[in-house]
Design a protein. Structure first.
Length: 115
């Protein structure tokens, strides 16, 4: 990870000390857009990482299950899902394994993607 940090990030200085700046080359590779999780998703994947922090707690358990399955469907094998501390797929699906605080890895499996 150290090589990636050095390649894509710079340490902040002055009033930005303690922060990091993402180099413009990396910024150009990332798209931030609004997404209605209950509608059709415009992205097709596969993705290495999905960040969906502190969103799923607002949905009922059947909807959470559906969303975790959809996330698994567009993640690469052993891709990572970052969710909020009060969110968990553990009682809803067996497609993820906890590997860190609120960080899950997609399990290796033969499921077909759900979109």
């Amino acid at each position: 990870m150290g090589d990636r940090l050095q390649r894509w990030f710079r340490k902040g200085t002055g009033i930005h000390k303690g922060k990091a700046k993402v180099l413009s080359e990396l910024q150009e590779l990332i798209a931030f857009r609004k997404l209605n999780l209950m509608e059709s998703w415009p992205m097709k994947g596969p993705f290495d990482v999905i960040f969906c922090r502190n969103v799923l707690i607002y949905f009922d358990k059947p909807t959470q299950k559906k969303l975790f399955e959809r996330f698994a469907g567009i993640l690469v094998q052993e891709g990572h899902l970052f969710i909020g501390h009060s969110e968990s797929p553990m009682d809803l699906t067996d497609r993820f394994t906890l590997i860190g605080q609120s960080i899950y890895k997609k399990n290796r499996c033969n499921y077909s993607p759900l979109r």
